[in-house]
Design a protein around this ligand. Structure first.
Ligand code: AMP
Length: 180
């Protein structure tokens, strides 16, 4: 990593807050609101996220509800791609496809509009943070159900200890700004 990029990453790291025991005891919540609040880190985060994918002919950025929407639309704009939201059940108004995945206790479902993109379109999956990788994997399943080609993953933060990135297909490009 070049020196300037290292300095930018260090600056971004300083603007992520750790909130202990939120939303429940034992969880160290990584709060990205300071990144959004500061106009310099807001601009820099989008640029650093976009850089590795600039020449990858991305058709759409798929963002996961809800914090994947915050930088996902900027990222799409920077790549001159469209933006597609993946949402929790019952939130999207038109016809949807859904995928269900396991949580520590129970399961969760996510949905995407059926007409979100065309077969063969090149998709970049984005979220603010990857923990176990369950939601990014489910997003991949959704995109593939509709015949899309997932060509990259983009996360601001990876919780290293949970090794979520290892849940994702080996051959697909993965970019993480900060491993915490
Ligand atoms: P996972 O499916 O386990 O990879 O979880 C990723 C999703 O949960 C992302 O949408 C994150 O925003 C959220 N998430 C999980 N753990 C944390 C955490 N410690 N701090 C902030 N967000 C988290």
């Amino acid at each position: 990593m070049d020196g300037v990029k290292q300095q930018i990453i260090a600056l971004l790291k300083k603007n992520i807050r750790n909130i202990p025991d939120f939303p429940k005891p034992g969880i160290q919540f990584k709060d990205i609101t300071p990144l959004l609040q500061n106009p310099d880190t807001l601009e820099l985060t989008s640029q650093v996220l976009a850089r590795p994918f600039r020449k990858k002919n991305i058709d759409y950025v798929v963002g996961l509800e809800s914090r994947g929407f915050l930088f996902g639309t900027n990222l799409a704009q920077d790549l001159h791609a469209g933006f597609i939201p993946i949402r929790k059940p019952g939130k999207l108004p038109a016809e949807t496809v859904s995928a269900t995945y396991a949580l520590e206790y129970g399961e969760d479902t996510i949905e995407m509009h059926k007409d979100a993109f065309s077969k063969g379109d090149r998709i970049l999956v984005h979220d603010d943070l990857i923990a176990t990788g369950g939601s990014a994997k489910a997003a991949t399943d959704l995109v593939q159900k509709l015949g899309g080609d997932v060509v990259g993953y983009s996360f601001i933060i990876a919780l290293e200890a949970l090794e979520g990135v290892n849940m994702l297909p080996d051959h697909i490009q993965k970019e993480v700004l900060l491993s915490l």
